[in-house]
Design a protein around this ligand. Sequence first.
Ligand SMILES: [Zn+2]
Length: 329
Amino acid sequence: MALAIGAASAASALGLPLVAIDPGHGGADSGAVGSLPPGTVTGLTPRADAAGNPLIFEKDVNLDVGQRLNAILQANGVPTLMTRNTDSAGGDVPYVSEGADLKARTDLANAQAAQLFVSIHQNSASSALGTGTETYVFTGTGPASRALALAIQQSVIARLLLTDRGVREANFYVLRNSAMPAVLVEGAFLSNPTDALAVASPDVRQAMAEGIGTGVLNYAGMLGAGVVQQPVPTKISLARSGGAVSRRAGINPSRGDLWVATVIDQSGIPMAGVPLTARLPNGKGVSVSTRGDGKALLAVPRRRGRLNVAVALPGIRVNARGDVPARIR
Ligand SMILES: [Zn+2]
């Protein structure tokens, strides 16, 4: 279903951002599991416990909402990419491990230079009383992710009418390793019988997708109006690092020097998940990605020469150079 959002037209002229849609979990990882009353029809892959009582799997809800969001954004002219389209791990490959699954998702978004990352999840708590919607950003993230999260949280609340648990911070992998503004929406609690029954309805999942889509379009309107700035890598600084960091990074300092490349955006905020290519003094090329603190580690052979580091995102050119002395310590 197409949404008519006035704010989006302002952004269209300037180009709408490429949005990575990330339906959480998949394959062997079901995510949260909720119980449904007997006879509940979900429109999703039927799931049941050993006694035949219907269940609802988070991975199924996330994919369904993600596909609905994909249709909404495309109908509004927003380019998208899905981190998975099937009941499988990120990149539509069989689930092997949580680490590989999550890495595939952010690698996809970073490699295709997505400009926004929207991860879709459903919540779970030890108490069945936990209810409502919350949206996460990476701890200490910049203003763009916060603006996107707030826009999405407000519009999902307006459509779903669940408890507003607000915008929160967390050190989630997909938020930490995305090179673009990134949010993670927890739509409802599958551990809460009322929330779970609501999400079992295709209409409610459509409303959730429309709420997220409206938030993305409102944010895009803010981008087009210059209210918020899309972070782009604008500077790399290089610094030689001491042995303590070398040991923590698992790199043997005796084999060469360790350099740290720090990437910041135009607001001076460190950017996570930015892919870098480095040309080492021995001619070897290596690919690294910045961590949550905007830093990437480079082990450099002990050889005199020039160290070149560049952002590896299409259309963005930021370079840094450092001179490596023959004798370092
Ligand atoms: Zn989840």
